[in-house]
Write a protein that binds this ligand. Structure first.
Ligand code: KG4
Ligand code: ZN
Length: 322
């Protein structure tokens, strides 16, 4: 079964085809229009999706050598609603026109199951650490469609914190990859706080404020040292939460996903833990459509029904909720 997936929840217009043999096409068009604004402008993102979708979908079909898939999937949320709606409506229209089943995919579920595209894939149950621009959460993945939220951030998401720290350091948007690069060149010598809440939650707003105050008080402090110290604090915090979850559940398989899972420090920290780690390649951590097509395919194969034609996009949608 070949599933065509569409992703447009933020500033990437993406289309991929996933079948029995794996990913046969994976096309991502990243929008550059937002850089000048220091963040994603929803209306510009939606318009760029409208411009890019036809070429991106055509390119994916051509690359997969396919005239028409067996099912169509599209991200239905959570995300920037105006952006989600463009790809979602386009995908639904394609399915309706072709007379194919349509699957409305939860973007976070896509990230959470993305490690299953790799070889080796984690066996279930596994722990999934999701660190993206809008979400930070730790889940127990029991089977397709069955997830338990163990912990999350009580304020900022990891990617968001990276972007804010990047801004403090005068780096362009999106800042995560820039902080990552800078951190590699510096020593983590500033003892930033590691704000934990309970056994599984994190608070990144306190850490972010500590970085801001430090930068204000030490304007001459090298940016790479600030970046490395901030990144080290995030890594310690995440590893500590994962360690508690491994202890609590007895599950010793840990997978990561979401844009910030592309971070070299986070990858190294998770890989060094006393568990089996599953780190998808960077382009499958950041937003992509292969994870959306794959999630839909796994759901259909597991017996979940396609989505009704009335299905619509949603800005908020907890993983595992119908
Ligand atoms: O999953 P994603 O592509 O989009 C969302 O669903 O949010 O994540 C985007 C986030 C941004 O905040 C970006 O700065 C961050 O992921 N990010 C990184 C890295 N690459 C992307 N953060 C830290 N290090 C990176 N290498
Ligand atoms: Zn994402």
């Amino acid at each position: 079964m070949d599933v065509l997936g569409i992703e447009s929840s933020c500033d990437d217009t993406a289309c991929a085809v996933v079948g029995a043999g794996g990913v046969s096409a994976d096309v991502v068009h990243s929008q550059a229009v937002h850089e000048a604004f220091g963040g994603v402008v929803p209306e510009l993102a939606s318009r760029a999706h409208a411009e890019n979708l036809v070429p991106v979908v055509r390119a994916a079909l051509a690359r997969a050598g396919l005239r028409r898939p067996d099912a169509v999937a599209a991200t239905a949320g959570p995300g920037l609603l105006p952006a989600v709606l463009v790809g979602f409506s386009f995908g639904k229209a394609l399915a309706a026109g072709w007379g194919l089943p349509f699957v409305a995919v939860n973007h976070l579920e896509g990230h959470l199951l993305a490690p299953l595209l790799e070889d080796p894939a984690p066996e279930m149950p596994y722990l999934g650490l999701l660190v993206s621009g809008g979400h930070t959460a730790l889940y127990r993945v029991d089977r397709v469609g069955s997830y338990q939220l163990l912990g999350s951030t009580v304020d900022d998401a990891v990617g968001e914190a990276f972007d804010k720290v990047a801004r403090m350091l005068g780096l362009p948007y999106p800042g995560g990859p820039h902080v990552d690069r800078l951190a590699a060149a510096g020593r983590a010598e500033i003892p930033f706080p590691r704000p934990k809440v309970g056994r599984f939650d994190v608070s990144l707003s306190g850490l972010k404020t500590a970085v801001r105050l430090y930068v204000e008080r030490h304007p001459d402090s090298p940016a790479e040292v600030v970046a490395a110290s901030f990144q080290a604090a995030v890594c310690d915090l995440l590893v500590d939460r994962v360690r508690n979850a491994v202890e609590e559940t007895g599950i010793r398989r840990v997978a990561i996903g979401g844009g910030a899972a592309a971070n070299a420090g986070i990858r190294a920290a998770i890989a060094a833990g006393p568990w089996a780690s599953f780190l998808p390649p960077r382009h499958r951590c950041t937003d992509n459509a292969a994870m959306i097509a794959s999630c839909a395919r796994l759901r259909l194969l597991a017996g979940h029904p396609p989505s009704p034609w009335e299905a619509t996009a949603r800005a908020r949608w907890a993983v595992g909720d119908p």
